[in-house]
Design a protein around this ligand. Sequence first.
Ligand SMILES: CC(=O)SCCNC(=O)CCNC(=O)[C@H](O)C(C)(C)COP(=O)(O)OP(=O)(O)OC[C@H]1O[C@@H](n2cnc3c(N)ncnc32)[C@H](O)[C@@H]1OP(=O)(O)O
Ligand SMILES: CC(C)C(=O)C(=O)O
Ligand SMILES: [Mg+2]
Length: 514
Amino acid sequence: MDNNRVIIFDTTLRDGEQSPGASMNLEEKVKIALLLEEMGVDVIEAGFPIASTGDFEAVQAVAKVVKNSTIAGLARATKGDIERCAEAVKLAPRHRIHTFISTSPLHMKHKLQMEPERVLEKVRESVAFARNLVEDVEWSAEDGSRTEHDFLCRCVEAAIDAGARTINIPDTVGYAVPDEYAALIAMLVNRVPNMDKAILSVHCHNDLGLAVANSLAAIATGARQIECTINGLGERAGNAAMEEIVMALRTRHDLMPFTTGIKTENITRASRLVSAITGFVVQPNKAIVGKNAFAHESGIHQDGMLKCAQTYEIMTPESVGLNRSSLVMGKHSGRAAFKDKLKQMGYDLGDNAIEDAFARFKDVADRKKEVFDEDIIALVDEAVFRDNERIRFRGLEVLCGTRHNPPKAELELEIDGELKSVKSVGDGPVDAIFNAIKALCPHEARLQLYQVHAVTQGTDAQAEVTVRLEEDGKTVNGQGADTDTMVASARAYVKALNKLLTKRQKSAPDAVTP
Ligand SMILES: CC(=O)SCCNC(=O)CCNC(=O)[C@H](O)C(C)(C)COP(=O)(O)OP(=O)(O)OC[C@H]1O[C@@H](n2cnc3c(N)ncnc32)[C@H](O)[C@@H]1OP(=O)(O)O
Ligand SMILES: CC(C)C(=O)C(=O)O
Ligand SMILES: [Mg+2]
C-alpha cells in the first residue's frame, strides 16, 4: 500500500454504540455497515461479540453481507472473548480480531489488578491465540497515551512478535494533546525494533475536544490507521469524527499529503443515517455535517459567497454530498443576498420595489429568527401592490384584554398623501380596527370573510390575514402579512379597500372618494 495512504477504521458500530442511549439493533447495524462499505471504509468494527447474543448476531449479520471492507470484532485478552469474536467475524471474506488490554499503571493496578509482567504475558498469549484463528490481528494498548514509554515499547514489540499486524495506541480518555501524542507515535517508530512489521494506528477520544487534532498529528509522525466514528459518536465525549478527519486530509492536502479511500460524497448521507438511527441529533454548528456547516446568514458573507464561494467556503458542499450551500435569510442579510433570493423565487422587481421589500424584510427579520421563503413572498407581494395604493397603512395601536373593555384602536392612515388618524372602539380588537378604518374611509362595503393563518411555524410566525369585502356585487380580497396579527388585519382590510377603489374607478371614473 502507498506509504501515504491512511486506513480508515470505523468504529461507529462498536465504540459509537458505547455512547449511552445509542444502541442499534441488528437491521440498523447492517444498514450502517453497508453504507460504510459503499463509502470506502477500510475496516468496520462491527461490535464486541462476547458482550451479548445480540451483539454477536449483529457482528455475524454484518460479516455476512459486507464484502469489500474488513470486518473487525473486539475482544478482551481472554480465550473466550477471542473465540467468540473469531466465530462472528470469520463469516466475512476479510476479517480481523481486535484484541486489547490496558497498559497504563493506573488501569493495570486498579482495573485489571495485574502486575505489568502478567499484562505483558497476556499480550503475547492473546495475540498468539488470535493469530491461530485468523490472519489479521490488531492489538490495542488501552490507555496507551498514559502508559510508561518503556513498558509500552515492550508490549508493542511483544504484540508484533506474536503476530499482530496492526498496533493501536488509544488515547482512551482523551487526555493527550497533539504535540505530545505525535511524539508518542514517533517514539514508537524510533524505538520498537520490529515496528516496520505492523501498521501503527490511533484511536482518540474527544474529552478535551482534541480527538481529530490528535489523530492528524499522529499521522504526521507515522500512524497510518485512524479509528473514528461517524458524527464523532462514541464513549463519553465521543471518538474522532471520521468526516472531519477525511475532509481535513482532503482540504489540507498541501500540508498533510495523505489520502484515504473514502468517497466523501457519501458523508452527509452517512451522518444523517447514523443520526436518524441513534436519535443523536447533530449539533447545527458541527464541522462538515452540521446544518449550518454550509449555511451563511450574514450579508457580508452572503455577498462574498455570491461573488465567489471560496471567499467563505473551504470545501464545496458537493464534496460531502450536499446539493448546495444555503444563504439563510435573516436579520444579518444584506441586499445582495435578498436580490439573489428574489431572483431565485422568480421575482423581477424594479429598484424601488426591491428597496421597499428589503426594508420590510429587515423589519420582519428583526422580529423573527429566520425569514422563510413564504415570509418573503408575503412581504414582496405586499410591497408590489403598495405601489398602486391610495390608502396607506401608517400605524396602529390597539388596547384590549380584560382591562380595556371595549377594546380600542388608534389608527393612522395616509389617504391620497394626507396623514389622518382616528380612535375607535369595537366588540373585539379586530372590530375596533375595522371601525377605525371605516371612520377614516367611510364606505358601505360589507365584510364577507375574515381569516387568519400562520404563514410559517412558531409563535413568531408571520400571520397572514385575508379580508373579503363586497360592494354592489363587486368582491375584493385583501391580504396582509405581519408577525402582529392586528397589524396584518389592518393591512388586509386597507388592501381590500384599495382594490375596491380601483374597481370603483374603473366602473365610474368620477366617483372615487375613499
Ligand atoms: C476502552 C473500551 O472501549 S473497552 C470496551 C468497552 N466496551 C464494553 O465494555 C462493552 C461490552 N462489555 C460487556 O458487555 C461486559 O463488560 C463484558 C461482557 C465484556 C464483561 O462482563 P462481566 O464479565 O460481567 O465483567 P465486568 O464488565 O463487570 O468487568 C470487566 C472484567 O473484564 C476485565 N477486563 C477488562 N478489560 C480486559 C481486557 N482487555 N482483558 C482481560 N480482561 C479485561 C476486568 O478486569 C473485569 O474483570 P473482573 O470481573 O475479574 O474484575
Ligand atoms: C478498545 C479500545 C481500542 C478503545 O476503545 C479505547 O481505548 O478507547
Ligand atoms: Mg474507545
